[in-house]
Design a protein around this ligand. Sequence first.
Ligand code: ZN
Length: 418
Amino acid sequence: MLVKTILNRLYKFKSFVYGRVKFIEGVARPTIEVEIKARKGSKAKCSGCGYSTNSVYDRQPWRRYEFVPLWGMRVFLLYRPRRVNCPRCGVLTERVPWSEGKHSASIPYKIFLAHWARKLSWQGVSNEFNTSWQQVFRAIKYVVEWGLENRKLTGVTAIGIDEILIHRGHQYATLVYQIDANCRRLLWIGKARTAKTLLRFFRKFGRERSAKIEYVCSDMWKAYIKVVKKKVPQAVHILDRFHIVANLNKALNEVRAAETKRLKDKGYEAVLKGSRWCFLKRPDNLTDNQHYTLKELLKYNLKSVKAYLLKEDFQQFWKYVSPVWAERFLDAWCTRVMRSKIEPMKKQAKSIRKHKELILNWFRAKKLFNSGIVEGLNCKAKLTMRKAYGFRTFEGLEMALYHQLGDLPEPPLLHRFW
Ligand SMILES: [Zn+2]
């Protein structure tokens, strides 16, 4: 079977035919070159407006478009693009179905590279397929832009808003996810985490679609709360369970660190040394050794221990079914914390009191949106950032995240080359 026959089966064009196939040796990698010709009598399409015409102005020199590799050989399609006389655009190069713009990679090759970039790091893809990092980036950009243009944004009733640290922790980005049970995906990413950032999302998402949002999950970040209230007043705004727990853990850690230092300054042995994980882990997840350490620690009447017990008590809260009882528990818990004289914990209790209504919304939403959803997506986002390591621009990050988490539709392809 000839390469040409195979190509005709897998990737056939209406107005073009495959011509000579050459096998080239003596280069770094054996290469196959396939010539393409315009089918006799076929019209050429203007690349500006798509107008079909017989009026050909001239032909340009041969161009090479890299195609999907075969058996470790590089494959190129060769073609001399025509320039057409378009009544609207003037003299322009024709549009060809296997390529877009000035890219040297063919569309199937771009989809192919982008497919592998979901599984490997970008650098990994460029190493595996002997191509440049830039080429991989452009491939992903093509697929993502196509996907964004062709995705459907109907049926979004629940969104989650979260932030992520980027540029080695020097900057924030805001991520908006759809968290409906049947569709979880990244909807949008924007620089920074200000009110303006989130406003940009809602502007892009549109008033009509925003009006259909029923639930919003976010953390206690003031800017987000303000914008959600303004832009989706009809939605039940739920404060994310994960962030509340994370904040309590942070407070506990603060108490522990301060106390460790104080004890050390007074010359006591380091009772709290190595206790960090005992405090932060749920009791069920402790190792035997950690269990022992915890038991020992609980004997001391330390602030850290009190803070730990308060934090552990708070877990009760999530078990309630009725919002009324949950609220009673919350009030009682906050009162206890306020009397504890432990400043970092008191700060948390104040914040919880202040956002009580939004926290209780979780029960009103029948516990429908637990923190795991947004948190799971956020974990994936962080992983993606690491895997696509190598981009320095925000655009690179944007592309990587949409590509991995956007659940975007893909450009149609006659044959899957992988
Ligand atoms: Zn035109």
